[in-house]
Design a protein around this ligand. Sequence first.
Ligand code: HEM
Length: 314
Amino acid sequence: MAMGSASCISLVVLVALATAATGQLSSTFYDTSCPRALATIKSGVAAAVSSDPRMGASLLRLHFHDCFVQGCDASVLLSGMEQNAGPNVGSLRGFGVIDSIKTQLESICKQTVSCADILTVAAATPSSPLKGRHGLVPLGRRDSTTASAALANSDLPGPGSSRSQLEAAFLKKNLNTVDMVALSGAHTIGKAQCSNFRTRIYGGATNINTAFATSLKANCPQSGGNGNLANLDTTTPNTFDNAYYTNLLSQKGLLHSDQVLFNNDTTDNTVRNFASNAAAFSSAFTTAMIKMGNIAPLTGTQGQIRLSCSKVNS
Ligand code: HEM
């Protein structure tokens, strides 16, 4: 199929990122040790998403919550521990999908494919701009033997964060402000619970569209209904597009931490750019996802390849 020059350039940039910036990670890591690894992960995710359309979003979030705590080392998959931290408890989804893909992989390539890599590839499929570009995602991460609820609490940004708090949290992971705005565009899919946006819709926020706030109140009462869900992108909730940013332009960001990206401040121009230029968003998102996937990986003989993603090897 013919490819536009913009895609060609972004592919060149991606290959450069995939090879140069990642040290020992490599996009061909499993080509000889487990040639069916990527196809197995892809088909496992596709099956899960076809029975639960929200699962693509949940797996993407799981990868983010893995990478921001100790690096992309599958620490979030270990039972208990990080899973009990404030930003995770009662809200992360997708553990069973990763476990069942791992079981399949163990039957074809014993103790070869790490849980951290399964999560990385699963996050790139099937709805994000990384779809179809698995061949470019650097692999070779190994799994941690530890997890830290304390680090999850300190390093994962919360929905009430200010723009400068978000910037600091991303900078701590070597992700710049444009990366932060682009990665927040993941909120073009998936859902949030009432407890995470109640303060924004009832708390007298001045940067919220009034009709939008009123419509959300119907399913998010002032008390009770904590787990009631709303789409993070109320315009096109099931499509990975740039509507997240056009929503922000009309003060229809669901979370406080979404709307602070467009609030008469330094990130406004990036939001305007992504709102008007879908290709610019797609390319920045892909670049930032690869950077996020490169946060402090365990490689070589560090860590282990878990046999089961939810527990360390005995
Ligand atoms: C900028 C800081 C961020 C904050 C404060 C934040 C916060 C949140 C919150 C509170 C939820 C709803 C959880 C719930 O109610 O159960 C959520 C959902 C989600 N987040 Fe974020 N997030 C941020 C960045 C990111 C990033 C970087 C990604 C991925 C690249 C991401 C992907 C998602 C996805 C896909 C969902 C929906 C999950 C689902 O439907 O299961 N978020 N986020």
